[in-house]
Design a protein around this ligand. Sequence first.
Ligand code: URA
Length: 441
Amino acid sequence: MRIQDIIARKRDGGTLSPEEIRYFVAAYTAGDLPDYQASALLMAIYLRGMDMGETAALTAAMADSGQRLDLSSLPGPTLDKHSTGGVGDKASLVVVPILAAAGIPVCKMSGRGLGHTGGTLDKLESIPGFRVGLSPAEMMAQVARVGACLAGQTEDVAPADKKLYALRDATATVGSLPLIVGSILSKKLAGGADAFVFDVKVGSGALVASEAAARELARALVRGAASHGKQAVALLTDMDEPLGDTIGNALEVREAIATLTPGTAGVSSRFRDLCLTLAAEGLALAGRATAASGDAHALAQKLLEEGKAREVFRAIVEAQNGDTRVVDNPDRLPRAPLIVPVEAQAAGYVARIDAAALGGVVVALGGGRARKEDAIDYGVGIVLHRHVGDAVENGTVLAEMHVAASAQAQALRSQVASAFSITERAVSRPPLIIGRETAKL
Ligand code: URA
């Protein structure tokens, strides 16, 4: 098999055989294919697409490029949850504990921040001592003991994705539907769960901006999962504005803990609703309740309101060497020394909050990485005081920047202010849940 022939066929709009796809994935993962040839094929796939059969073959080849976790010793069904990534998205910190509190084992492997979107691992590492680098054996032992783990993907799980994702990032080929599906689904399949809940973000702060593209991605994910014998649900959820009230690692952990803690005043109802809806889908997939009747949502709410999910969160923090005192006293999380308010420059209604722009500001503040080796400042970020649809006066505080130094705030303050569009006419807030996709097994 010659890679030049494979590239040429895809370049000319042809269909690749499963053998050709397996050859490409195996050779590139093993280091037997130079980046320039792999890049050429990725660009050909980006421009020409892949049909369902090719996408399934790519997914399987990537999932089989390393170890597949065997969760069969856990009492099934086991569940996994995946978000396509957004700004302020800390839902895993709440959803995983709710599912585990219902007795559903969740072995969750998460990623780090990518571009303007945050990553669950970076958020968790803002908890002093928290260890994300668990071996597969440690993950299994922890899930058996406390119901869930929140860990980093091991080197050995879908290694093809790690290499291909880095190359896609450097060659402007991230936004290809079959490549996204292969990347996400291969990691989920290698993670070994029986069923998946996907949160496909839609909007300016998401991987895909249009509803049509997000729906196509959601359908491809659930159909791809079904073709591998896995049950799955994908929700399409709004990412035109940031999720919840906070952006930034420790600030988001603080918000997640507030949401998990019964009776906490002032938690974002939109964030809480998203967590309950995602958890309800997981409970229904695991057969604990039915989604349509509202039972699943009621059960998720009960587990949250009775503090059961919070207990599981604390157990996960303890099991992974984190300082559990942050659960009772989130002030122990890293905090930025300076808080700088950003005020509205006119009266009116908040029509839009540019999630990608605010995510970019948090990265520039040091809350994310411009380069892989950059260190993170866990305390910095943005707290939103107003959301889309809210009325504001001239001078109303729209947001607070949590910064390490005032020079930083001066440089970025205008970017935060201009991320808020204020109009004279009243604006209604777009729905949080935009759609839902499932596929029959
Ligand atoms: N998230 C992933 O894991 N992979 C992609 O390709 C895009 C988002």
